[in-house]
Design a protein. Structure first.
Lengths: 211, 272
């Protein structure tokens, strides 16, 4: 019983197999265990990205598990010293795109205005001068509202926002992950944020400052 | 600069992604246009809010634990075997030469395989019994599958979707699929699904083959209604039953009585 070299098979073994086996790539890269532990450093980040891309906890967990399995299976292809976070995120995005985004009808940006009124009501209930715990509570509410608004945005815009604003990637890194030009990232970000502002218009338009 | 031209540049300014020239141009526009200055301020606030929102989300503890277990198991599975030593040695050989040698071995193996099918096939059926024993004894540690549908999909994907693992409903016998993996025997991939529960465990093997995969001496049963041959064989207290569906062989191995195994397999075929 032995392991054939190759990403696809390795992936399967990583998920479901724990019998006596060996990968040839193991012998060539002694740092596999360290690589595993480095992946764990980015688990929160991966889950965050997945959660906001697939908009569902179960699917996000599947996404992250698949990403880790694929990364472990293909870890010999990773160049030590380069950007592991971006490499992992690209694996995750590719899986997301193949499994969820491809062939999925995009929501027309023009259809996204319906939540704006409710959002305005919500923002008006947020007091500017809250006590510590109250502020914390409001911040959580705010987060939920932003998360909900983000879910209504078409995937191409949402992905750019998730990568740059949530994942702290530069335009160049985001472009690499999304396999598109840097200018496209900038354009998608600009349009995506405007769609978000439309959703959260009460907050953004009235104050222009943080509460 | 017109306001519509400034829009994307404002976004890039918020993200500190502008070069010196563009940055100076945008700054000049912002000082002369109150509307764009407000848009810049609003976008900056929004970016910070989105960032804070992201920090509120973290990976569930269960997900962290599952991945830690799987990566640890993967590491354990890849160490401490005689094969490890073999492949460690292999690593010192120039990779391409090694690959070429592997191709030659594969070709040679294929020739031997086609010239000597009976013994090869029999070894596969008997090796399946060994795998089942290894699972029962705990030598092969099973990783519990979290998502069975995903597991089946992955297993099929691992063999290039040439075939899928047979799905059995053994819930009436209080047996449920708990794990699966790919096993390579004699150059052939077998999809292995393990059913455990209250009764004797059942291991289901799915692979591409023919009825010649039944070992010599296996008893043949013919189902006239379904027009299917079933083959039953035993070694020690282990029993195996297999049948062919198209190009796919489904083999069940268990300590369960052969008649019961046969009934399971026939039930599966009736509902297929």
């Amino acid at each position: 019983m032995w392991l054939r070299k190759g990403t696809e098979l390795d992936t399967t073994y990583a998920l479901y197999y724990n019998g006596p086996a060996v990968s040839r790539s193991n012998a060539r890269q002694p740092g596999r265990e360290r690589f595993s532990s480095e992946i764990m450093i980015y688990l929160d980040h991966l889950y965050r990205v997945a959660f906001h891309l697939v908009r569902n906890d179960d699917a996000a967990q599947d996404c992250v598990q698949e990403t880790c399995a694929r990364a472990l299976g293909a870890y010999s292809q990773f160049t030590p010293g380069t950007n592991l976070k971006a490499w992992l995120t690209r694996i995750l995005y590719n899986f997301f795109f193949d499994s969820y985004a491809r062939n999925k009808r995009m929501v027309a940006a023009e259809d996204l205005g319906e939540g704006a009124e409710a959002a305005q009501d919500y923002w008006e209930t947020v007091t500017a001068e809250g006590s510590g715990p109250e502020k914390q509570f409001l911040q959580q509410e705010l987060g939920a509202k932003i998360g909900a608004a983000l879910r209504k945005i078409p995937e191409e815009f949402r992905a750019a926002i998730v990568l740059v604003d949530m994942g702290d990637f530069s335009y160049a890194e985001a472009a690499e992950i999304l396999s598109c030009p840097v200018g496209t990232v900038r354009s998608r970000l600009s349009r995506g944020r405007r769609l978000l502002q439309k959703q959260l218009s009460g907050y953004v338009e009235k104050t222009g400052t943080e509460r | 600069m017109r306001c519509d031209e400034a829009q994307e540049l404002i976004t890039a300014r918020v993200d500190n992604e502008l070069g010196a020239d563009e940055c100076a141009a945008v700054e000049a526009h912002l000082t002369s246009c109150a509307e764009c200055a407000l848009a810049f301020e609003q976008e900056s606030v929004l970016k910070r809010r989105i960032h804070l929102t992201a920090q509120q989300v973290s990976a569930p503890a269960t997900l962290r634990r599952v991945i830690e277990e799987k990566t640890a198991a993967k590491a354990a599975a890849t160490g401490g075997t005689i094969w490890r030593s073999f492949f460690d040695g292999f690593a010192f050989v120039t990779w391409r030469r090694g690959f070429a040698a592997a191709i030659l071995l594969l070709i040679a193996g294929s020739v031997i395989y086609t010239q000597w099918p009976a013994e090869k096939h029999e070894s596969l059926a008997l090796a399946a019994l060994e795998t089942h024993t290894s699972i029962l004894s705990g030598k092969t540690t099973l990783l519990r599958a979290v998502n069975l549908a995903a597991m089946r999909k992955e297993l099929a994907h691992a063999v290039g979707d040439r075939f899928k693992p047979v799905a059995l409903d053994l819930s009436l016998m209080k047996l449920y699929p708990v794990s699966g993996f790919v096993q390579n025997i004699g150059g052939r991939d077998l999809l292995v699904t393990v059913y455990q529960g209250d009764g004797p465990a059942v291991t289901c093997f799915t692979f591409l083959g023919s009825e010649t995969d039944a070992p010599q001496g296996a008893e043949r049963f013919y189902d006239a209604d379904m027009r299917i041959n079933y083959y039953s064989y035993s070694r020690g207290d282990l029993n195996g039953v297999l049948h062919q569906e198209g190009e796919v062989i489904c083999l069940l191995v268990s300590k369960m009585a052969p008649a019961d195994l046969l009934a399971l397999l026939r039930g599966k075929s009736a509902h297929a």
